[in-house]
Design a protein around this ligand. Structure first.
Ligand code: NAD
Ligand code: DAU
Length: 331
């Protein structure tokens, strides 16, 4: 099998490529990535000689067609992925997440290639903190931010191309990932690298917002389960029952790194900040027999702290520009 991985130089995509090369030696991997500020070819160094890397834009129909025509499967991770950036400048989100997905769909339609679309639980909006409910595949779409609304749009395009044109597609909507190779703009790496730099972690608003954490290896094993056993045209929600509020995560990071648990600052809130995400992954578990392997969040967090401590050369080049952007936002 030959798979085209879009966004394979980003956080989840690069971990997907590592996992695929490690566990599926019969799968040939080509990566298509534009190497935006969020992509880093060095994330693929460990597998460099086992894959093909193409630098290019998913919104460019020519490069997309030239690669899609030679593969059996496209796994589509490429996106503008950060909510805070989307509040500052939404256009790259519309271009990559909507137009880029459209160009890929047209190419897989032309060449009858199987398509798996990576999406987010944020398309469902948010839940109250004290609501026992979780997101299910039946939850109505209700995105809050420019980022999540463009991801919702891309999901709807995939559904339409599957129904109207018979594109062989599946969709997964996953909760918050953590693990190695995540950009330092994101919550967990930002706080770990702040502590390494002697800077106090920064919690938005009251710190009460809840995210449903899943290790990136578990997200990617679920993606393979859907590719191999999922029903075409279906949506699967991926989550590992990892709900934590942001304050607890920061306290854990501080404790793991030998700092007082209250050595953080509350900063101004993100506009429209979603309160809580929570995934009901029953369909994925019961229909496809998937289960997470990294269920101990604290152990996964310790390993992630250790990874950032050991890989400063990887993240250091991102850090100043990221903090300069946050300084402009007052966060
Ligand atoms: P990321 O920002 O770390 O990586 C995105 C990658 O896409 C980068 O390598 C970037 O260079 C590339 N890219 C961006 N625009 C491109 C374009 N126009 N053409 C080609 N490549 C382009 O993102 P991530 O956190 O790894 O997220 C990957 C996917 O998973 C996204 O679709 C995101 O919506 C989804 N997702 C993320 C999470 C999470 O917690 N991070 C959770 C659920 C779903
Ligand atoms: O739920 C899946 C989504 O998870 C993905 O679709 C997105 O691509 C991914 O970025 C993530 O979105 P969030 O907005 O939840 O992630 P982020 O890391 O930006 O923030 C996590 C929580 O931490 C959120 O409640 C905001 C808060 N936060 C974030 C930063 C960067 C802080 O309190 N302080 C911070 O410095």
């Amino acid at each position: 099998m030959h798979v085209l991985v879009t966004g394979g130089a980003g956080f989840i995509g690069s971990n997907f490529v590592h996992q695929t090369v490690r566990e599926r030696p019969d799968v040939q991997v080509t990566v298509l990535d534009a190497l935006t500020y969020a992509g880093d070819e060095r994330s693929l160094d460990p597998v460099e000689r086992k894959i093909v890397f193409a630098k290019g834009d998913i919104a460019d129909p020519d490069i997309v067609d030239s690669l899609v025509k030679d593969v059996d499967l496209v796994v589509h991770f490429a996106a503008e992925s950060h909510n805070d950036n989307s509040l500052h400048d939404p256009w790259p989100f519309l271009r990559t997440n909507i137009i880029g997905t459209y160009q890929l769909l047209e190419a897989v339609r032309r060449h009858d290639v199987r398509f798996h679309h990576i999406s987010t639980d944020e398309v469902y909006g948010d839940l109250e903190l004290d609501d026992p409910a979780k997101f299910t595949p039946e939850t109505p779409y209700n995105p809050s931010s420019p980022y999540s609304s463009t991801k919702a749009a891309s999901d709807l395009l995939v559904r339409a191309w599957a129904r109207s044109f018979g594109v062989r597609a599946t969709i997964s909507n996953c909760s918050n990932n953590y693990g190695p190779f995540q950009h330092v703009e994101k919550f967990i790496p930002r706080q770990i690298t702040n502590v390494i730099d002697g800077v106090r972690p920064k919690l938005y608003g009251s710190g009460e917002n809840v995210r449903d954490w899943i290790h990136v290896e578990d997200h990617n094993s679920a993606v393979w389960a859907i590719i191999e056993r999922g029903r075409l045209g279906e949506t699967y929600l991926i989550g590992a029952d990892g709900e934590e509020n942001n304050k607890t995560v920061v306290e854990d990071i501080l404790e793991i790194m030998g700092q007082p648990a209250d050595a953080y600052d509350l900063v101004s809130d993100r506009p429209g900040h979603d309160l809580r995400y929570a995934i009901d992954s029953t369909k994925l578990r019961e229909e496809l027999g998937w289960a997470p392997r990294y269920e101990n969040f604290r152990a996964g967090l310790e390993a992630t702290v250790a990874w950032y401590q050991a890989n400063e050369a990887w993240w250091r080049p991102q850090k100043d520009a990221t903090e300069a952007k946050y300084a402009q936002l007052g966060r």
